[in-house]
Design a protein around this ligand. Structure first.
Ligand SMILES: [Zn+2]
Length: 323
């Protein structure tokens, strides 16, 4: 049994990647269809609310401690191919939080890079090796400078290894987006990987969004470009990210923008301005992705506000199942 009254109070379970024996290869943090069934069983189906019921109960402040919902981030196709059949089989309606640059002519490369990293190297260590070769800088001072922040990140995201965290710091703070993308594209060229073939296979299509909506799942916001550190954007940039994505989603679903009232924070990153912007856009439910109190964000408790509902990562739950 997962729940107890001391430290396991959370309301969302967060899923990203699923693998099968076909297109969707096993990768860091991915789970199989079988694992997914087992996890639902472990949580207990009676504890899992449909997304619309979850939302109504939250609104009325009637959520019980053991009531959770399932959430899927990033509009990754494996969720449609592997997880959706399970949801339909068990009749569980969930939240899908999608970023929308993939529906424009300038899709974000996050998922492409991940696929490349997972499939064109023997393991993640080999990828990191090539990556640092290409960065070709002495990073000792950089790592020393960010030592405390990296340690804090490890506490917040225990499912990442130290190397994963170092990589993310170099990507986001040393290289930053433009240089990082340039480097990745040159690595992909070296390995003869052509990203164009993969957009369709790895991401949701507009049709997928419409189908999910018809089935009764709720589609929510997750920014337009999925910035790696949302909290570093200024007010206008943040506002543009959420306004734009709310408009795109509502247009695809043929709804009015203010009907989309739920979101999750990309990489769990936000600041007080983000919450104000979301409020102004009529968002009433927001998920973050860690089970820790972050005082620097003004948090006083877990599930600090209806825009900061905690979620547990599926891989942490699986680890406990297997204990
Ligand atoms: Zn995300």
């Amino acid at each position: 049994m997962y729940f107890n009254n001391t430290n396991d109070f959370f309301h969302g379970i967060m899923f990203h990647h699923f693998h099968d024996d076909k297109l969707h290869t096993r990768g860091q943090g991915s789970i199989s269809q079988d694992d997914f069934y087992k996890l639902i069983n472990f949580i207990g189906k009676k504890n899992i609310l449909n997304a619309d019921i979850f939302f109504e109960k939250l609104r009325k402040k009637k959520l019980k401690k053991n009531e959770v919902c399932l959430t899927f981030d990033d509009a990754i196709k494996c969720q449609i191919d592997i997880a959706l059949p399970v949801l339909e089989d068990l009749n569980i309606k969930s939240f899908f939080f999608v970023y929308t640059s993939m529906f424009s002519d300038k899709p974000d490369n996050l998922e492409i890079f991940r696929y490349f990293r997972m499939n064109y190297f023997k393991n993640v260590e080999e990828f990191y090796e090539s990556f640092y070769e290409n960065v070709n800088e002495n990073l000792e001072n950089f790592f020393r400078h960010y030592k405390n922040e990296m340690e804090y990140k490890k506490i917040k995201s225990p499912h990442y290894s130290i190397d994963d965290i170092k990589f993310r710091f170099v990507r986001d703070l040393f290289l930053e987006k433009e240089k990082y993308e340039k480097l990745m594209f040159s690595l992909m060229k070296e390995k003869d990987f052509n990203p164009d073939e993969f957009y369709k296979k790895l991401f949701f299509s507009k049709q997928d969004l419409q189908d999910l909506d018809k089935l009764g799942h709720l589609i929510g916001l997750h920014s337009h470009n999925h910035p790696t550190l949302f909290e570093k954007l200024n007010y206008d940039q943040q506002k543009e990210e959420y306004k734009k994505t709310q408009q795109i989603i509502s247009k695809i679903l043929n709804k009015s923008p203010n009907e989309i009232k739920w979101m999750s924070h990309p990489n769990g990153s936000y600041n007080p301005e983000t919450l104000e912007i979301l409020n102004n856009l009529g968002i009433e439910l927001g998920f973050k992705q860690i089970m820790k109190i972050e005082p620097e964000k003004g948090m006083k408790k877990i599930n600090n506000s209806s825009l900061e509902i905690a979620r547990e990562n599926h891989s942490s739950i699986i680890k406990r199942m297997n204990k």
